[in-house]
Design a protein around this ligand. Structure first.
Ligand code: ADP
Length: 506
Protein backbone atom coordinates (compact mmCIF):
# COMPACT_ATOMS: atom_id res chain seq x y z
CA UNK A 1 0.00 0.00 0.00
CA UNK A 2 1.33 3.45 -0.86
CA UNK A 3 2.22 5.97 1.86
CA UNK A 4 -0.34 8.42 0.52
CA UNK A 5 -3.14 5.81 0.90
CA UNK A 6 -1.89 4.91 4.36
CA UNK A 7 -1.94 8.57 5.40
CA UNK A 8 -5.43 9.01 3.99
CA UNK A 9 -6.70 5.92 5.83
CA UNK A 10 -5.04 7.17 9.01
CA UNK A 11 -6.58 10.62 8.85
CA UNK A 12 -10.03 9.31 7.90
CA UNK A 13 -9.91 6.64 10.61
CA UNK A 14 -8.82 9.14 13.25
CA UNK A 15 -12.01 11.13 12.56
CA UNK A 16 -14.53 8.45 11.58
CA UNK A 17 -13.68 5.74 14.10
CA UNK A 18 -14.08 7.86 17.26
CA UNK A 19 -17.29 9.34 15.83
CA UNK A 20 -18.83 5.94 15.13
CA UNK A 21 -17.66 4.52 18.43
CA UNK A 22 -18.94 7.55 20.33
CA UNK A 23 -22.34 7.07 18.70
CA UNK A 24 -22.36 3.39 19.64
CA UNK A 25 -21.24 4.28 23.17
CA UNK A 26 -24.02 6.87 23.42
CA UNK A 27 -26.63 4.33 22.32
CA UNK A 28 -25.34 1.67 24.68
CA UNK A 29 -24.84 3.92 27.69
CA UNK A 30 -28.23 5.53 27.09
CA UNK A 31 -29.91 2.12 26.98
CA UNK A 32 -28.14 0.90 30.09
CA UNK A 33 -28.97 4.08 31.99
CA UNK A 34 -32.61 4.06 30.99
CA UNK A 35 -32.91 0.39 31.95
CA UNK A 36 -31.02 1.11 35.16
CA UNK A 37 -33.44 3.88 36.08
CA UNK A 38 -36.38 1.69 35.09
CA UNK A 39 -37.62 4.64 33.06
CA UNK A 40 -39.79 2.22 31.16
CA UNK A 41 -40.89 -1.30 31.72
CA UNK A 42 -39.48 -4.20 29.79
CA UNK A 43 -41.56 -5.03 26.76
CA UNK A 44 -42.15 -1.38 26.08
CA UNK A 45 -40.24 -0.22 22.99
CA UNK A 46 -37.04 1.47 23.93
CA UNK A 47 -36.84 5.00 22.60
CA UNK A 48 -33.62 6.99 22.59
CA UNK A 49 -35.66 10.10 23.03
CA UNK A 50 -35.64 8.98 26.64
CA UNK A 51 -31.99 9.82 26.72
CA UNK A 52 -31.91 12.71 24.35
CA UNK A 53 -35.24 14.48 24.98
CA UNK A 54 -36.11 14.15 28.58
CA UNK A 55 -39.07 16.56 28.40
CA UNK A 56 -41.02 14.70 25.76
CA UNK A 57 -40.32 11.32 27.35
CA UNK A 58 -41.55 12.64 30.64
CA UNK A 59 -44.62 14.13 28.97
CA UNK A 60 -45.57 10.83 27.29
CA UNK A 61 -45.32 8.98 30.54
CA UNK A 62 -47.28 11.51 32.58
CA UNK A 63 -49.96 11.91 29.85
CA UNK A 64 -50.82 8.26 30.24
CA UNK A 65 -51.18 8.52 33.99
CA UNK A 66 -53.14 11.77 33.92
CA UNK A 67 -55.58 10.43 31.33
CA UNK A 68 -56.28 7.43 33.49
CA UNK A 69 -56.67 9.58 36.63
CA UNK A 70 -59.19 11.78 34.79
CA UNK A 71 -61.15 8.72 33.66
CA UNK A 72 -61.15 7.45 37.24
CA UNK A 73 -62.30 10.90 38.46
CA UNK A 74 -65.27 10.76 36.14
CA UNK A 75 -66.33 7.50 37.73
CA UNK A 76 -65.40 8.45 41.27
CA UNK A 77 -65.07 12.25 41.62
CA UNK A 78 -63.35 12.07 45.05
CA UNK A 79 -60.90 9.43 43.95
CA UNK A 80 -57.88 11.73 44.47
CA UNK A 81 -58.86 12.09 48.12
CA UNK A 82 -58.31 8.35 48.67
CA UNK A 83 -54.80 7.77 49.97
CA UNK A 84 -54.73 4.14 48.88
CA UNK A 85 -55.50 5.24 45.28
CA UNK A 86 -52.70 7.82 45.46
CA UNK A 87 -50.39 5.10 46.83
CA UNK A 88 -51.20 2.91 43.84
CA UNK A 89 -50.41 5.74 41.36
CA UNK A 90 -47.23 6.45 43.20
CA UNK A 91 -46.24 2.82 42.89
CA UNK A 92 -47.16 2.82 39.20
CA UNK A 93 -44.96 5.79 38.38
CA UNK A 94 -42.25 3.41 39.31
CA UNK A 95 -39.43 5.84 38.68
CA UNK A 96 -36.59 5.67 41.07
CA UNK A 97 -36.40 9.42 41.21
CA UNK A 98 -40.07 10.37 40.68
CA UNK A 99 -42.73 10.95 43.23
CA UNK A 100 -46.24 12.43 43.45
CA UNK A 101 -47.54 15.24 45.56
CA UNK A 102 -51.17 16.37 46.08
CA UNK A 103 -51.76 19.91 47.24
CA UNK A 104 -55.02 20.97 48.94
CA UNK A 105 -55.32 24.77 48.89
CA UNK A 106 -51.96 25.77 50.33
CA UNK A 107 -51.18 22.59 52.19
CA UNK A 108 -49.76 19.25 51.35
CA UNK A 109 -52.49 16.65 51.23
CA UNK A 110 -50.33 13.73 50.09
CA UNK A 111 -46.67 13.20 49.21
CA UNK A 112 -45.04 9.90 48.25
CA UNK A 113 -41.46 11.01 48.93
CA UNK A 114 -41.07 13.22 51.96
CA UNK A 115 -37.41 13.84 51.37
CA UNK A 116 -38.09 16.41 48.65
CA UNK A 117 -41.26 17.77 50.14
CA UNK A 118 -39.82 20.99 51.69
CA UNK A 119 -37.53 21.70 48.81
CA UNK A 120 -40.29 21.63 46.21
CA UNK A 121 -43.42 22.82 47.92
CA UNK A 122 -42.71 26.56 47.83
CA UNK A 123 -41.96 26.60 44.14
CA UNK A 124 -44.98 24.62 42.96
CA UNK A 125 -47.06 26.59 40.42
CA UNK A 126 -50.39 27.95 41.65
CA UNK A 127 -53.79 26.33 41.07
CA UNK A 128 -55.34 27.24 37.71
CA UNK A 129 -59.00 28.09 37.51
CA UNK A 130 -60.06 25.73 34.78
CA UNK A 131 -61.28 22.50 36.27
CA UNK A 132 -59.22 19.40 35.56
CA UNK A 133 -56.52 21.49 33.88
CA UNK A 134 -53.40 19.64 32.86
CA UNK A 135 -50.49 22.02 32.65
CA UNK A 136 -47.39 21.52 30.57
CA UNK A 137 -44.00 20.53 31.87
CA UNK A 138 -42.16 22.88 34.22
CA UNK A 139 -38.46 22.93 34.91
CA UNK A 140 -37.98 24.08 38.43
CA UNK A 141 -35.00 26.15 39.59
CA UNK A 142 -33.81 23.11 41.57
CA UNK A 143 -33.62 21.09 38.36
CA UNK A 144 -36.81 19.03 38.57
CA UNK A 145 -39.35 18.30 35.89
CA UNK A 146 -42.91 18.61 37.06
CA UNK A 147 -46.35 18.08 35.60
CA UNK A 148 -49.54 19.37 37.16
CA UNK A 149 -53.23 18.26 37.16
CA UNK A 150 -55.68 20.63 38.84
CA UNK A 151 -59.02 19.46 40.28
CA UNK A 152 -61.60 20.36 42.96
CA UNK A 153 -61.85 18.56 46.30
CA UNK A 154 -65.40 17.53 47.37
CA UNK A 155 -65.37 20.31 50.01
CA UNK A 156 -64.65 22.88 47.25
CA UNK A 157 -60.98 23.48 48.03
CA UNK A 158 -58.45 23.70 45.18
CA UNK A 159 -56.47 20.55 44.55
CA UNK A 160 -53.38 19.91 42.37
CA UNK A 161 -51.71 16.60 41.58
CA UNK A 162 -47.99 16.88 40.74
CA UNK A 163 -45.64 14.28 39.31
CA UNK A 164 -42.12 15.40 40.08
CA UNK A 165 -38.90 13.94 38.57
CA UNK A 166 -35.38 15.00 39.34
CA UNK A 167 -33.81 15.52 35.92
CA UNK A 168 -30.30 15.72 37.29
CA UNK A 169 -30.53 12.18 38.47
CA UNK A 170 -32.67 10.86 35.64
CA UNK A 171 -30.08 10.15 32.95
CA UNK A 172 -28.21 13.21 31.86
CA UNK A 173 -25.62 13.76 34.58
CA UNK A 174 -24.55 10.10 34.57
CA UNK A 175 -24.74 10.18 30.84
CA UNK A 176 -22.20 12.99 30.67
CA UNK A 177 -19.74 11.25 32.95
CA UNK A 178 -20.07 7.95 31.13
CA UNK A 179 -19.78 9.60 27.75
CA UNK A 180 -16.62 11.47 28.76
CA UNK A 181 -15.07 8.24 30.06
CA UNK A 182 -16.17 6.41 26.92
CA UNK A 183 -14.69 9.11 24.69
CA UNK A 184 -11.37 9.03 26.54
CA UNK A 185 -11.29 5.24 26.12
CA UNK A 186 -12.30 5.53 22.46
CA UNK A 187 -9.61 8.13 21.73
CA UNK A 188 -7.01 6.07 23.56
CA UNK A 189 -8.03 2.93 21.67
CA UNK A 190 -8.00 4.75 18.32
CA UNK A 191 -4.60 6.21 19.07
CA UNK A 192 -3.17 2.82 20.16
CA UNK A 193 -4.67 1.15 17.10
CA UNK A 194 -3.34 3.72 14.65
CA UNK A 195 0.10 3.83 16.29
CA UNK A 196 0.30 0.06 16.10
CA UNK A 197 -0.75 0.06 12.47
CA UNK A 198 1.79 2.73 11.52
CA UNK A 199 4.41 0.87 13.55
CA UNK A 200 3.65 -2.39 11.79
CA UNK A 201 3.39 -1.00 8.28
CA UNK A 202 6.06 1.73 8.32
CA UNK A 203 8.37 1.44 11.31
CA UNK A 204 8.86 -2.33 11.07
CA UNK A 205 9.88 -2.34 7.40
CA UNK A 206 12.22 0.60 8.06
CA UNK A 207 13.76 -1.33 10.99
CA UNK A 208 14.07 -4.44 8.79
CA UNK A 209 15.83 -2.39 6.13
CA UNK A 210 18.09 -0.88 8.75
CA UNK A 211 19.17 -4.33 9.89
CA UNK A 212 19.67 -5.39 6.27
CA UNK A 213 21.80 -2.30 5.59
CA UNK A 214 23.95 -3.12 8.62
CA UNK A 215 24.61 -6.54 7.08
CA UNK A 216 25.58 -4.92 3.78
CA UNK A 217 27.85 -2.49 5.68
CA UNK A 218 29.57 -5.45 7.26
CA UNK A 219 30.02 -7.05 3.83
CA UNK A 220 27.40 -9.78 4.27
CA UNK A 221 25.62 -9.81 0.92
CA UNK A 222 23.74 -13.03 1.65
CA UNK A 223 21.30 -11.48 4.11
CA UNK A 224 17.83 -11.84 2.60
CA UNK A 225 15.06 -9.63 3.98
CA UNK A 226 12.55 -11.81 5.85
CA UNK A 227 9.63 -10.30 3.93
CA UNK A 228 7.51 -10.64 0.85
CA UNK A 229 9.32 -9.03 -2.08
CA UNK A 230 6.02 -8.71 -3.99
CA UNK A 231 4.70 -6.19 -1.47
CA UNK A 232 3.19 -3.16 -3.21
CA UNK A 233 3.82 0.54 -2.61
CA UNK A 234 6.93 2.45 -1.56
CA UNK A 235 7.93 -0.11 1.06
CA UNK A 236 7.76 -2.88 -1.56
CA UNK A 237 9.86 -0.73 -3.93
CA UNK A 238 12.40 -0.18 -1.15
CA UNK A 239 12.54 -3.93 -0.47
CA UNK A 240 13.11 -4.68 -4.14
CA UNK A 241 15.73 -1.92 -4.53
CA UNK A 242 17.52 -3.28 -1.49
CA UNK A 243 17.52 -6.78 -2.94
CA UNK A 244 18.71 -5.55 -6.36
CA UNK A 245 21.46 -3.58 -4.68
CA UNK A 246 22.42 -6.60 -2.55
CA UNK A 247 22.62 -8.88 -5.59
CA UNK A 248 24.65 -6.35 -7.57
CA UNK A 249 27.05 -5.79 -4.69
CA UNK A 250 27.33 -9.53 -4.22
CA UNK A 251 28.02 -9.97 -7.91
CA UNK A 252 30.66 -7.26 -7.98
CA UNK A 253 32.27 -8.59 -4.79
CA UNK A 254 32.42 -12.04 -6.38
CA UNK A 255 33.75 -10.52 -9.59
CA UNK A 256 36.41 -8.70 -7.60
CA UNK A 257 37.50 -11.93 -5.92
CA UNK A 258 37.47 -13.72 -9.27
CA UNK A 259 39.48 -10.93 -10.91
CA UNK A 260 42.01 -10.96 -8.09
CA UNK A 261 42.32 -14.69 -8.51
CA UNK A 262 42.67 -14.33 -12.29
CA UNK A 263 45.29 -11.63 -11.90
CA UNK A 264 47.31 -13.85 -9.59
CA UNK A 265 47.02 -16.68 -12.09
CA UNK A 266 47.95 -14.34 -14.93
CA UNK A 267 51.08 -13.19 -13.08
CA UNK A 268 52.10 -16.77 -12.39
CA UNK A 269 51.44 -17.76 -16.03
CA UNK A 270 53.31 -14.75 -17.39
CA UNK A 271 56.22 -15.50 -15.07
CA UNK A 272 56.22 -19.02 -16.45
CA UNK A 273 55.92 -17.83 -20.06
CA UNK A 274 58.71 -15.30 -19.60
CA UNK A 275 60.89 -17.62 -17.61
CA UNK A 276 61.09 -20.24 -20.39
CA UNK A 277 62.58 -17.91 -23.08
CA UNK A 278 64.71 -16.08 -20.50
CA UNK A 279 66.22 -19.37 -19.29
CA UNK A 280 66.93 -20.27 -22.90
CA UNK A 281 68.43 -16.85 -23.66
CA UNK A 282 70.58 -17.11 -20.50
CA UNK A 283 71.74 -20.62 -21.43
CA UNK A 284 72.62 -19.79 -25.04
CA UNK A 285 74.34 -16.51 -24.20
CA UNK A 286 76.35 -18.29 -21.51
CA UNK A 287 77.30 -20.86 -24.15
CA UNK A 288 78.50 -18.05 -26.35
CA UNK A 289 80.46 -16.36 -23.53
CA UNK A 290 82.09 -19.58 -22.40
CA UNK A 291 82.94 -20.51 -26.00
CA UNK A 292 80.78 -23.64 -26.07
CA UNK A 293 79.61 -22.50 -29.52
CA UNK A 294 82.99 -22.98 -31.04
CA UNK A 295 82.10 -22.96 -34.74
CA UNK A 296 80.55 -20.09 -36.74
CA UNK A 297 77.48 -22.32 -37.53
CA UNK A 298 76.95 -23.08 -33.85
CA UNK A 299 77.35 -19.46 -32.94
CA UNK A 300 74.79 -18.48 -35.59
CA UNK A 301 72.41 -21.14 -34.32
CA UNK A 302 72.81 -19.86 -30.75
CA UNK A 303 72.28 -16.26 -31.79
CA UNK A 304 69.21 -17.22 -33.88
CA UNK A 305 67.73 -19.08 -30.92
CA UNK A 306 68.34 -16.09 -28.67
CA UNK A 307 66.64 -13.91 -31.29
CA UNK A 308 63.65 -16.27 -31.56
CA UNK A 309 63.24 -16.45 -27.79
CA UNK A 310 63.42 -12.65 -27.55
CA UNK A 311 60.71 -12.58 -30.24
CA UNK A 312 58.52 -14.96 -28.19
CA UNK A 313 58.88 -12.62 -25.23
CA UNK A 314 58.07 -9.67 -27.43
CA UNK A 315 54.92 -11.44 -28.65
CA UNK A 316 53.84 -12.21 -25.14
CA UNK A 317 54.37 -8.62 -24.04
CA UNK A 318 52.44 -7.42 -27.10
CA UNK A 319 49.61 -9.77 -26.19
CA UNK A 320 49.56 -8.37 -22.68
CA UNK A 321 49.50 -4.82 -23.99
CA UNK A 322 46.63 -5.71 -26.29
CA UNK A 323 44.86 -7.41 -23.45
CA UNK A 324 45.09 -4.28 -21.35
CA UNK A 325 43.74 -2.25 -24.32
CA UNK A 326 40.86 -4.71 -24.63
CA UNK A 327 40.19 -4.44 -20.94
CA UNK A 328 39.93 -0.69 -21.30
CA UNK A 329 37.99 -1.01 -24.57
CA UNK A 330 40.65 0.90 -26.49
CA UNK A 331 41.69 -1.19 -29.51
CA UNK A 332 42.53 1.02 -32.48
CA UNK A 333 40.96 -0.54 -35.60
CA UNK A 334 41.74 0.27 -39.18
CA UNK A 335 38.88 -1.25 -41.16
CA UNK A 336 39.43 -1.73 -44.84
CA UNK A 337 37.87 -3.59 -47.72
CA UNK A 338 39.80 -6.84 -48.06
CA UNK A 339 39.63 -9.44 -50.83
CA UNK A 340 39.16 -12.72 -49.00
CA UNK A 341 41.00 -14.94 -51.49
CA UNK A 342 44.06 -12.71 -51.71
CA UNK A 343 44.22 -12.00 -48.01
CA UNK A 344 43.90 -15.62 -46.87
CA UNK A 345 46.20 -16.77 -49.70
CA UNK A 346 48.99 -14.57 -48.29
CA UNK A 347 48.26 -15.66 -44.73
CA UNK A 348 48.38 -19.34 -45.62
CA UNK A 349 51.73 -18.88 -47.35
CA UNK A 350 53.21 -17.34 -44.18
CA UNK A 351 51.64 -19.86 -41.81
CA UNK A 352 52.54 -22.76 -44.13
CA UNK A 353 56.24 -21.97 -43.93
CA UNK A 354 56.15 -21.78 -40.17
CA UNK A 355 54.17 -25.03 -39.83
CA UNK A 356 56.44 -26.71 -42.31
CA UNK A 357 59.41 -25.96 -40.07
CA UNK A 358 57.47 -27.57 -37.23
CA UNK A 359 56.67 -30.64 -39.29
CA UNK A 360 52.92 -29.96 -39.27
CA UNK A 361 50.84 -30.43 -42.41
CA UNK A 362 48.58 -27.57 -43.52
CA UNK A 363 45.55 -28.08 -45.78
CA UNK A 364 43.78 -25.05 -47.20
CA UNK A 365 40.54 -24.83 -49.15
CA UNK A 366 38.61 -21.76 -50.21
CA UNK A 367 34.98 -22.28 -51.29
CA UNK A 368 34.14 -18.56 -51.52
CA UNK A 369 33.98 -16.78 -54.87
CA UNK A 370 37.22 -15.05 -55.86
CA UNK A 371 35.67 -11.57 -55.66
CA UNK A 372 34.38 -11.95 -52.09
CA UNK A 373 35.18 -8.89 -50.04
CA UNK A 374 34.98 -8.30 -46.31
CA UNK A 375 35.54 -5.16 -44.28
CA UNK A 376 38.17 -5.89 -41.66
CA UNK A 377 41.30 -4.71 -39.94
CA UNK A 378 43.96 -6.77 -41.74
CA UNK A 379 46.41 -6.69 -38.86
CA UNK A 380 43.89 -7.65 -36.15
CA UNK A 381 42.40 -10.39 -38.35
CA UNK A 382 45.89 -11.81 -38.81
CA UNK A 383 46.26 -11.78 -35.03
CA UNK A 384 43.07 -13.85 -34.82
CA UNK A 385 44.29 -16.44 -37.33
CA UNK A 386 47.78 -16.61 -35.81
CA UNK A 387 46.37 -16.99 -32.33
CA UNK A 388 44.09 -19.86 -33.32
CA UNK A 389 46.80 -21.58 -35.36
CA UNK A 390 49.39 -21.17 -32.59
CA UNK A 391 46.89 -22.72 -30.14
CA UNK A 392 46.50 -25.67 -32.55
CA UNK A 393 50.27 -26.02 -32.61
CA UNK A 394 50.52 -25.61 -28.82
CA UNK A 395 47.84 -28.20 -28.10
CA UNK A 396 48.64 -30.60 -30.93
CA UNK A 397 50.42 -33.17 -28.79
CA UNK A 398 51.93 -34.87 -31.88
CA UNK A 399 55.65 -34.64 -32.14
CA UNK A 400 55.71 -37.57 -34.63
CA UNK A 401 54.88 -35.47 -37.68
CA UNK A 402 51.22 -36.61 -37.91
CA UNK A 403 49.87 -33.18 -36.92
CA UNK A 404 47.49 -31.67 -39.46
CA UNK A 405 45.84 -28.28 -39.53
CA UNK A 406 42.97 -27.63 -41.97
CA UNK A 407 41.93 -24.11 -42.85
CA UNK A 408 38.65 -23.85 -44.80
CA UNK A 409 36.79 -20.84 -46.12
CA UNK A 410 33.06 -21.43 -46.67
CA UNK A 411 30.53 -19.26 -48.42
CA UNK A 412 27.37 -18.45 -46.42
CA UNK A 413 25.36 -16.08 -48.61
CA UNK A 414 26.02 -12.72 -46.95
CA UNK A 415 28.93 -13.89 -44.83
CA UNK A 416 31.98 -16.14 -44.94
CA UNK A 417 32.80 -18.85 -42.45
CA UNK A 418 36.39 -19.65 -41.55
CA UNK A 419 37.18 -23.03 -39.99
CA UNK A 420 40.56 -23.83 -38.50
CA UNK A 421 40.73 -27.46 -37.48
CA UNK A 422 43.50 -29.49 -35.89
CA UNK A 423 43.91 -33.12 -34.87
CA UNK A 424 45.33 -32.21 -31.44
CA UNK A 425 44.45 -33.10 -27.84
CA UNK A 426 40.97 -31.60 -28.09
CA UNK A 427 38.89 -29.85 -25.44
CA UNK A 428 36.55 -31.49 -22.93
CA UNK A 429 32.85 -30.66 -23.51
CA UNK A 430 32.58 -29.02 -20.09
CA UNK A 431 35.32 -26.54 -21.04
CA UNK A 432 34.16 -25.62 -24.54
CA UNK A 433 31.78 -22.91 -23.32
CA UNK A 434 34.51 -21.22 -21.31
CA UNK A 435 37.61 -21.20 -23.47
CA UNK A 436 36.74 -17.72 -24.77
CA UNK A 437 36.62 -16.33 -21.23
CA UNK A 438 39.56 -14.31 -20.02
CA UNK A 439 42.19 -16.34 -18.18
CA UNK A 440 40.33 -19.58 -18.79
CA UNK A 441 42.60 -22.57 -19.30
CA UNK A 442 41.46 -26.16 -19.42
CA UNK A 443 42.86 -28.70 -16.97
CA UNK A 444 44.60 -30.40 -19.88
CA UNK A 445 46.35 -27.18 -20.85
CA UNK A 446 47.37 -26.54 -17.26
CA UNK A 447 48.83 -30.01 -16.95
CA UNK A 448 50.83 -29.87 -20.19
CA UNK A 449 52.96 -27.06 -18.71
CA UNK A 450 52.64 -25.36 -22.07
CA UNK A 451 52.42 -22.01 -20.39
CA UNK A 452 49.75 -19.78 -21.84
CA UNK A 453 47.99 -16.94 -20.13
CA UNK A 454 44.42 -17.89 -21.05
CA UNK A 455 43.84 -14.53 -22.71
CA UNK A 456 44.56 -15.44 -26.37
CA UNK A 457 41.02 -16.60 -27.22
CA UNK A 458 39.36 -13.81 -25.26
CA UNK A 459 41.25 -11.34 -27.48
CA UNK A 460 40.24 -13.35 -30.56
CA UNK A 461 36.57 -13.27 -29.56
CA UNK A 462 36.66 -9.55 -28.85
CA UNK A 463 38.25 -8.77 -32.24
CA UNK A 464 35.76 -10.95 -34.14
CA UNK A 465 32.82 -9.38 -32.33
CA UNK A 466 34.18 -5.91 -33.01
CA UNK A 467 34.09 -6.90 -36.69
CA UNK A 468 30.39 -7.71 -36.31
CA UNK A 469 31.03 -11.47 -36.45
CA UNK A 470 30.90 -14.35 -34.00
CA UNK A 471 33.07 -17.29 -33.05
CA UNK A 472 32.61 -20.73 -31.52
CA UNK A 473 34.48 -23.98 -31.11
CA UNK A 474 33.71 -27.66 -31.60
CA UNK A 475 35.97 -30.34 -30.27
CA UNK A 476 36.36 -33.99 -29.30
CA UNK A 477 38.87 -34.90 -26.66
CA UNK A 478 41.80 -36.79 -28.18
CA UNK A 479 40.56 -36.14 -31.72
CA UNK A 480 41.01 -32.48 -32.30
CA UNK A 481 39.47 -29.01 -32.20
CA UNK A 482 37.78 -26.82 -34.78
CA UNK A 483 37.42 -23.06 -34.41
CA UNK A 484 34.66 -21.47 -36.48
CA UNK A 485 34.18 -17.79 -37.06
CA UNK A 486 31.81 -15.90 -39.30
CA UNK A 487 32.45 -12.50 -40.87
CA UNK A 488 29.95 -10.46 -42.85
CA UNK A 489 30.64 -9.96 -46.53
CA UNK A 490 30.94 -6.43 -47.84
CA UNK A 491 27.67 -5.47 -49.55
CA UNK A 492 28.08 -2.83 -52.22
CA UNK A 493 26.18 -0.13 -50.39
CA UNK A 494 26.81 3.31 -51.93
CA UNK A 495 25.96 5.01 -48.64
CA UNK A 496 28.71 3.16 -46.79
CA UNK A 497 32.24 4.69 -46.77
CA UNK A 498 34.90 2.68 -48.55
CA UNK A 499 37.24 2.55 -45.60
CA UNK A 500 36.38 3.13 -42.05
CA UNK A 501 38.76 3.71 -39.20
CA UNK A 502 37.28 3.04 -35.82
CA UNK A 503 39.08 3.66 -32.61
CA UNK A 504 37.01 2.31 -29.78
CA UNK A 505 37.28 4.60 -26.84
CA UNK A 506 35.84 3.68 -23.52
P1 ADP B 1 46.25 -20.01 -23.64
O1 ADP B 1 47.21 -18.87 -23.57
O2 ADP B 1 46.19 -20.79 -22.37
O3 ADP B 1 46.44 -20.85 -24.85
P2 ADP B 1 43.80 -19.27 -24.89
O4 ADP B 1 42.79 -18.24 -24.49
O5 ADP B 1 44.41 -19.10 -26.22
O6 ADP B 1 44.85 -19.34 -23.73
O7 ADP B 1 43.08 -20.65 -24.84
C1 ADP B 1 42.29 -20.98 -23.72
C2 ADP B 1 42.31 -22.47 -23.46
O8 ADP B 1 41.59 -23.13 -24.49
C3 ADP B 1 43.68 -23.04 -23.48
O9 ADP B 1 44.28 -22.96 -22.22
C4 ADP B 1 43.42 -24.47 -23.90
O10 ADP B 1 43.13 -25.23 -22.77
C5 ADP B 1 42.18 -24.39 -24.76
N1 ADP B 1 42.47 -24.45 -26.21
C6 ADP B 1 42.47 -23.44 -27.07
N2 ADP B 1 42.73 -23.86 -28.33
C7 ADP B 1 42.89 -25.20 -28.25
C8 ADP B 1 43.17 -26.23 -29.19
N3 ADP B 1 43.30 -25.97 -30.50
N4 ADP B 1 43.24 -27.48 -28.74
C9 ADP B 1 43.06 -27.78 -27.45
N5 ADP B 1 42.80 -26.87 -26.49
C10 ADP B 1 42.71 -25.58 -26.88
Amino acid sequence: MRFRTRLMITSVTIVILPLVMTLIAFLLIGRVLVFGNRAFTLGQTFDYKMVADMGSTFQTMTDEIFERVMDDMEETPDILEHRDYLDSISEEINFKTSFILVRKDNEIFYVSDEEYEDEIFDILPPYEDAENAISNIYYTSTGQLLRQLDFKFQDGSNGSLFIITSVKTFVSSKMWIYMIIAMIIILLLTSIMMTNWIKKTIMKPVDDLNIAMQHIKEGNFDYVLPIDLDEKGEIGELYRSYDDMRLRLKESAEEKIEREHQNKELISNISHDLKTPITAIKGYSQGLIEGIADSPEKREKYIRTIFNKANDMDNLINELTLYSSIDNNRIPYNFQKINVATYFGDCIEEIGMDLDSKNIKLNYSNLTTPDTIIVADAEQLKRVINNIVSNSVKYLGREDGTGVIDIRLLDELDSIRVEIEDNGIGIAQKDIQNIFDRFYRTDLSRNTKKGGSGIGLSIVKKIIEDHGGYIWATSHEGEGTCMHFVLRKYADDPEKPETDTVAQEA
